[in-house]
Design a protein around this ligand. Structure first.
Ligand SMILES: Nc1ncnc2c1ncn2[C@@H]1O[C@H](COP(=O)(O)OP(=O)(O)OP(=O)(O)O)[C@@H](O)[C@H]1O
Length: 312
C-alpha cells in the first residue's frame, strides 16, 4: 500500500505539486490524469525519490520512504517511462536482468527469470534475448521496458505514460497484458497517463490533478456520476460519459431471462461492446452465454441504455 500525505514540491515560489494526499491500496491500479504541466510526473517521481519532496511524505507499507536508502527504494519499486529507457548497448536479456544483477541474484536464477518474463510478454526468448533495443519495434521495446521493471518482482510499479508512443491496436494489447500480469502478481501500480480511455480501462481509482492540486480521487464510475468540479467533468468528457460508464459494466449486470436469435454475447463483454454489437447488427436483443458457452438469458438495447443514465 502507498500512502501519499500532504506531498508538495516547490521550485522557487511555484508549488508544482501542492499538498496532495491519497492512498493506493495493495494490489490495485491508480491512474493519475490531468492537463499538461499539472504535476503528474513530479508526483510520481517523488514516490521513488527521483524528486525530493519539499514537504509531506510517502509511506510504503507503512514505512516512510525517507527512512529507506535510495538504492534499496528503487530496487523495490519498478519504474517505466515513456520511451522505454532501455540501455541501448545492452541486449534485451541484459536489460531485463539489470535489477536482479544489482541485487546479486545468481546467474541461473537471473537467466530463468529473463526467460520467464520474455515468455510472459509474448517475446520468444530464442529470438529476442540477444537482440539490442534498436532491433526491436516500439511495441517490443515497450514490453521489454515493462518486463525489466517487473524483473525483481517489485510489489510496486510506477509507470509514466508507458504506452504513449504505441499505436492504438498495440496499445490496447499492452494494456490488457499489463492488467493480466498485475492481477496475477498482485502488483500495486501508479500510472500517469494523458489518455482517459487508458485510465478508465486500467484504473481502480483515478486521481485528477490540475495546477499541482488533486481535485478528486475516486473510482472511475464515481468520477463520471459525481464529478467534484466542472474541471473534472470536462476532463472525463461530458459527451463520453454514458459510453465510459457502459464500458465499466459487464453484460452480466444487465442480463435478463429469455431467449433471442443470433450469436450470443458473453457475460464478460462490457455493456459498451454489447451496445455496439446490437447497433451494428440492427437488433433489439441478443442472446447471452456464460464463459463455457451455455445460454444464460438475453440482453436488450433498452436495458443497456438504462445502465448508461445519470444517477439521481
Ligand atoms: N526541475 C524543475 N525545475 C523547475 N520546474 C520544473 C522542474 N520539473 C518540472 N517543473 C515544472 O513543473 C510543472 C509540472 O511538471 P510535470 O512534468 O510534473 O507535469 P506533468 O503533469 O507530468 O506534465 P505532462 O503531462 O506535460 O508531462 C511543469 O510546469 C514543469 O515545467
Amino acid at each position: 500500500m502507498i500512502e501519499i500525505e500532504h506531498l508538495t514540491k516547490r521550485y522557487g515560489a511555484a508549488a508544482i505539486v501542492d499538498d496532495v494526499s491519497f492512498r493506493v491500496e495493495e494490489g490495485t491500479v491508480a491512474a493519475v490524469v490531468g492537463t499538461s504541466g499539472a504535476g503528474k510526473s513530479t508526483l510520481l517521481r517523488m514516490i521513488n525519490r527521483l524528486v525530493e519532496p519539499s514537504a509531506g511524505r510517502v509511506l510504503i507499507d507503512g514505512q516512510d520512504t525517507m527512512a529507506i536508502p535510495e538504492d534499496a527504494l528503487r530496487h523495490r519499486i519498478g519504474y517505466v517511462i515513456q520511451g522505454y529507457g532501455l540501455f541501448p548497448h545492452r541486449t534485451v536479456a541484459e536489460n531485463i536482468a539489470t535489477v536482479p544483477r544489482l541485487l546479486g541474484w545468481d546467474r541461473r536464477q537471473i537467466a530463468a527469470r529473463v526467460e520467464e518474463l520474455l515468455d510472459l510478454f509474448g517475446l520468444d526468448p530464442a529470438e529476442f534475448a540477444k537482440k539490442f533495443p534498436h532491433q526491436l519495434s516500439g511495441g517490443e521495446q515497450q514490453r521489454v521496458g515493462v518486463a525489466r521493471a517487473l524483473a525483481a518482482r517489485p510489489a510496486l510499479l510506477l509507470m509514466d505514460e508507458p504506452f504513449g508512443a504505441l499505436d492504438p491496436v498495440i496499445r490496447h494489447k499492452a494494456q490488457d497484458e499489463l492488467l493480466s500480469i498485475q492481477r496475477r502478481l498482485g502488483t500495486t501500480v501508479v500510472l500517469v497517463t494523458h489518455d482517459m480511455n487508458e485510465a478508465f480501462h486500467l484504473a481502480d481509482r483515478i486521481a485528477v490533478m490540475n495546477q499541482g492540486r488533486l481535485l478528486q480521487y475516486a473510482a472511475p464510475a464515481e468520477l463520471l456520476t459525481r464529478p467534484a468540479e466542472a474541471f473534472v467533468e470536462q476532463l472525463v468528457g461530458s459527451a463520453e460519459r454514458p459510453f465510459r460508464l457502459l464500458s465499466l459494466m459487464r453484460v452480466q449486470e444487465a442480463v435478463e431471462p429469455g431467449t433471442a436469435e443470433g450469436e450470443p454475447l458473453s457475460v464478460a463483454d462490457t455493456l459498451h461492446d454489447a451496445l455496439s454489437r446490437l447497433i451494428w447488427l440492427g437488433r433489439e436483443v441478443l442472446p447471452v452465454a456464460d464463459a463455457s458457452g451455455a445460454p444464460v438469458g438475453r440482453i436488450s438495447v433498452s436495458r443497456i441504455l438504462a445502465h448508461g443514465r445519470a444517477r439521481a
